[in-house]
Design a protein around this ligand. Structure first.
Ligand code: KG4
Ligand code: ZN
Length: 362
């Protein structure tokens, strides 16, 4: 029987990294934290050689949200073909990859485990270093794929279905959380509001489209700011305000305008996201502001943040919509900067559903 000490395996790999620092680093990355099975090959953290994303949205849509058990099963079915396609499209063999990167948290535990197990198996079989990546770090790094000259420091708003964070990116591997949601994430508020309006799932793009036909000032929905000076967010009261508005009008038999509700709800979310992010940039004297995460695809958020950033003399950065939502290329970009620092994970790396940003992986 062959017994391998996982910690020894990692040390050997770190030593090899230091010796063989080739010019072009190719990272095979895997992402399965929620409902997208994705694999990508990324060159030097900046160039996408392939980015295969198999979305399960059509399956989860009929349940009005992601069903964790179904997500895990689908990942099991798809992970090997998706990785194979990513290598093929990039014209890269497993042997040519310098490292295997994978999201190990936060996310759905069962879903994370599928990608992590596949990545660990590949790393072990091919004798490649494994790089565990924090999902939010990946979202932030999507900006490096889009803007080849973007470098830290900058303030980044990460707003997705599971997170709403204002992060000061001091360096590629150094993050400070300046604010975060105290209840629902911004994307979650979009998804729940869309469900209440009967629009479907995921709610963000559907509300975004409806809002284009509506008046953002038609309904005065609440904008929560904390009076302790905190840059945190709270969106659950806004969601309740929309529900109350819908119920009270239904009781009175008054017909509502869905575009107006969408535009007014969206503006309320955008106003708070923009104001807090701009305050964070002012506090740090940041000249660059980036957006990341699924909600960063929102057209009104992009417009309003751009105007607000201009007023304080800051430049704005955001990835194209495909790189805002979950994808493995962003994990490959983040992994490059971890790899360069020698942050290699052991094969005993576990999935951490509620992983905190800035946690060293090992
Ligand atoms: O980053 P992501 O793919 O997954 C998580 O890590 O959560 O983000 C998905 C979220 C969903 O809540 C979706 O409704 C939201 O991003 N989203 C949007 C838009 N496109 C996606 N929210 C607002 N406007 C959009 N255009
Ligand atoms: Zn995400």
């Amino acid at each position: 029987m062959c017994i391998i000490k996982l910690s020894e395996f990692r040390l050997t790999k770190v030593f090899q990294l230091a010796e063989g620092n080739s010019e072009n680093i190719l990272i095979l990355a895997v992402e399965t934290s929620c409902d997208e099975t994705s694999a990508a090959v990324v060159e030097n953290g900046r160039k996408i050689r392939s980015n295969i994303i198999s979305s399960q949205i059509d399956i989860h849509k009929k349940f009005g949200g992601v069903v964790p058990e179904i997500a895990s099963r689908k990942h099991v079915e798809l992970i090997i073909p998706v990785i194979g396609q990513a290598l093929e499209e990039a014209s890269v063999s497993l042997d040519q990859a310098d490292a295997i990167a994978v999201t190990y948290g936060p996310g759905l535990a069962g879903a994370l485990l599928v990608g992590l197990s596949a990545a660990k198996a590949l790393a072990f079989a091919a004798g490649k270093p494994l790089v565990g990546v924090h999902h939010i770090e990946g979202h932030i790094a999507a900006n490096y794929l889009e803007h080849e000259n973007l470098e830290p420091p900058f303030v980044c708003l990460v707003a997705s279905g599971g997170h709403s964070h204002i992060v000061y990116v001091a360096d590629y591997n150094r993050f400070e959380i300046m604010g975060q949601t105290r209840d629902d994430a911004a994307g979650e508020a979009f998804d729940k509001t869309a469900r209440a309006l009967g629009l479907g799932y995921p709610g963000g793009p559907l509300i975004d489209a409806q809002a284009k036909k509506g008046d953002p000032f038609a309904i005065d929905f609440p904008r929560v700011h904390f009076n302790d000076g905190s840059l945190d967010f709270s969106f659950s009261g806004l969601k309740t305000a929309v529900l109350n508005y819908l119920n009270s009008n239904a009781q009175k038999g008054i017909e509502i305008s869905i575009p107006d509700v969408c535009a007014s709800f969206q503006q309320a979310v955008v106003d708070v996201l923009v104001q807090n992010t701009i305050r964070a940039a002012e506090l740090r004297g940041a000249r660059k502001i980036a957006l990341a995460g699924g909600v960063a695809a929102n057209s009104q958020l992009r417009n309003c943040m751009k105007d607000a950033a201009e007023k304080i003399g800051a430049d704005m950065f955001y990835p194209r919509p495909l790189l805002c939502t979950d994808n493995a290329a962003m994990i490959g970009a983040a992994a490059f900067y971890e790899y360069k620092r020698g942050n290699i994970s052991g094969l005993d790396l576990n999935a951490v559903a509620s992983l905190k940003l800035g946690t060293a992986c090992g």
